[in-house]
Every structure is written in C-alpha cells, then in structure tokens.
Ligand binder design. Structure first.
Ligand code: KMH
Ligand code: ZN
Length: 363
C-alpha cells in the first residue's frame, strides 16, 4: 500500500489514459524514495478507486472523408466514384460510427474530381434520404478549380457544415505518379501537375468565403495545414468574420505543408490553445498510413475529435489496403474503445457544434 502521507503527483487518467488498465478508475503517481516496481524511477503507480466525478472523457466526433478531390481513382479500387457509390460509402461509414461525412464529387465516367453542383446535390440528398449523418461538403475542391466553383456548395446547398481552408500552400502529389502504377493518362497529368500547383486561399479569398458561410448559415470546419494558418484564423476572428467557438482541424502530412508527426501535432495544438484559449473544438486528419491512426490516437488521448477516410489514407494496416470507408471507421471506433471514448451521434455533434439542423439545409 502506498504511504498515505506521500505526495500525490497527478491524475494519470487525465494525462495518460493509455497507461490505465482499469478503465473508469483513477491512477495516481506517488513519489517514493529508491527504485520501485510498477512506475517510473522514484514513483509508484497505484490505483485509488472510481474516477472523480466529471472525469469521464467526452464522446468523440468521427468525420469520414469519403472520396477526396486531390487523389485519383487509380490509387485504389476502393475510392468511390459515382454518386451511387459515394452515397453507399457515406451511409456505410455512418453505420460503422461516423458522425460527419466529408464529401467531394467526381465525374462518374472518369473519376476526375468535379465541382458540378448537380452531382453534389444528388449525393447530399441521397445521403440525407437514407440517414441523419452530418453532411459536410468541401469548399477545397480539387486541382484547377476556381474559388467560385469550390464555394458554390454554400449558396446552393446551404449545408449545416462545410470545410474552410485557412491558407495557401504547395500541394504536392506528384511522387505518387513517380512511384508508378496502373494510371490513366489524365491521372498522371493530374498528379504530375501538382509539381507546379499552389492550393490558393488568400486573405481576399478567405474574407469572401467567410461571408458566404454566414449567408448560408453553415459552420466552417477550419482546415489548418500548417502553424501559420492558425494565425490566419486569428486574423479572421479579429475582423469578426468568424463566429465563436471555432472548430479547427489540423491536417498534417500534405507534401508542401506541415508533417504528421507527434511533435508537429502538439505544436499545432499548443499554438491553437495559445491563440484561442479553450474556446475552440478540434480534430486532426493525418494524411497517409500510419499517420491517420497515429494522429487519431493522439486526438483520443488529448480530448479531440478525429477524421479518417479514403480521401486521406488507403490502408487499414501495414499489411492490408482498405476495402471501404466503413473499414477505416471501424478501426477508429475500436481505437476509441481502448481510450474509453465512444462515438458521438450526429445529433450530439449538432448540439456540440451549435449547428442549425438538417431541416434547414437547401437539399
Ligand atoms: N484534401 C485534404 C487534405 C477540403 O476538402 O476542403 C483536405 C480537405 C480540405 O479535405
Ligand atoms: Zn476534402
């Protein structure tokens, strides 16, 4: 038994839930002299019983990024292309636990990323007819689309949420073509073309899009790919162009922006907290494998939300390519269980984010 007079160091359940073998119970570190078993040198880990009231970690919101706008179909047969396939994949992801589905559309014949509002309308209304998942179209679009094309989903669909990209940067996918594979000619051109591609989101662009979000009554998910983008968000808040609390997603691992490492993720999170205090919600999207799940595990430990999906990552393990978005969601649900966190329902997320509700959208 630990010495009752010893110094209690920390509630480890809050800080390092991965260490807890006793879910819903509290572990404490006790400072002792000399080497001890069961804890770091000089500390004894002991269990004290039920967690203090209110110590349960909140539910987590899973966003499933279904198809993407910067990848090409030749990268994986699992990437859904037609409106029917995108709808089925989104509904399947929701059934597996996704709270939000993040959506792009593709030309049904070729699989090329598209900004066709008719395709968007078909997809979002097809999903809405089948389930109550939060439908979140992109305003990032794909290579070569104008800002007007990318942002047209806001006035046209008036969604509950949409993505908002918070800075310009190089977006390089050309190494995928260099690695070789079974690609159509247009796919190689598309990927190769990113050698000279800037994903443009200037201050003027962002100011315009902020106004469009307010007009549409949509909540932006603020995509921050690098630490400077957090300062751009601060600027927009300072001009009263965004409503609080903001929801920020750290997107790490794009070639041309910040890396999907534990250190950079912590740097982004720490910087965001310095800039915004506790007055924001957040999630992370790791691009590639295993980045997607490394970042998801960090989000789960640190109280954030998560994003997975074929837009960002094509593997479910180092041995196996993903067959579906649902499979990627299932893995993050299982990861959540290990951290005593369960997925939020769409209505719970609506409440947490203060969304207007699915009755208020224009589709
Ligand atoms: N393609 C991802 C790296 C958006 O669609 O607006 C980021 C993204 C942004 O999903
Ligand atoms: Zn996207």
């Amino acid at each position: 038994m630990p010495d009752p007079g010893g110094q209690r160091i920390a509630h480890l359940q809050y800080l390092l839930p991965v260490f807890s073998l006793f879910p819903k119970r509290a572990l404490f570190l006790e400072r002792v002299s000399g080497p001890v078993c069961g804890g770091p040198d000089g500390y004894l880990v002991w269990e004290t019983g039920d967690l203090p009231k209110g110590a349960d970690v909140e539910k987590f919101i899973i966003s499933a990024a279904i198809t993407g706008g910067m990848t090409v179909p030749g990268q994986s047969e699992a990437i859904p292309i037609t409106p029917e396939a995108i709808i089925d994949s989104a509904v399947g992801a929701h059934e597996a636990g996704a709270t939000i589905v993040h959506l792009h559309v593709r030309e049904p014949e070729t699989g090329k990323p598209s900004s066709d509002i008719g395709l968007f309308r078909e997809v979002v209304s097809g999903i809405k007819d089948r389930c109550d998942v939060i439908v979140q179209p992109t305003t990032g679009g794909g290579k070569g689309m104008t800002l007007e094309e990318r942002a047209a989903v806001l006035p046209e669909l008036e969604p509950e949420m949409a993505t908002f990209n918070t800075g310009s940067f190089n977006f390089g996918l050309f190494p995928i073509a260099e690695r070789g594979g079974e690609f159509e000619e247009w796919e190689i051109d598309y990927l190769e073309g990113t050698r000279d591609y800037i994903f443009r989101n200037t201050f003027a662009d962002m100011e315009k899009v902020c106004a469009m979000f307010r007009e549409a009554g949509a909540k932006p998910e603020l995509e921050a790919y690098d630490v400077g983008h957090l300062y751009n968000i601060k600027y927009l808040l300072g001009r009263d162009l965004l409503d609080t609390p903001v929801h920020i997603q750290f997107v790490l691992g794009v070639m041309g922006a910040n890396a999907a490492t534990i250190e950079q993720m912590m740097h982004m999170r720490r910087t965001a907290t310095e800039l915004f205090g506790e007055d924001y919600t957040w999630s992370a999207a790791g691009v590639g494998y295993p980045a997607e799940y490394h970042l998801a595990a960090m989000c789960l430990m640190l109280g954030g939300h998560v994003r997975v999906g074929l837009e960002d990552n094509l593997r479910v393990s180092s041995e196996k390519r993903a067959d579906s978005n649902a499979e990627l969601v299932e893995k993050v649900v299982a990861l959540g269980e290990m951290f005593d966190r369960e997925p939020a329902t769409p209505d719970e997320a609506r409440e947490a984010f203060g969304l207007k509700g699915r009755a208020e959208v224009a589709f």
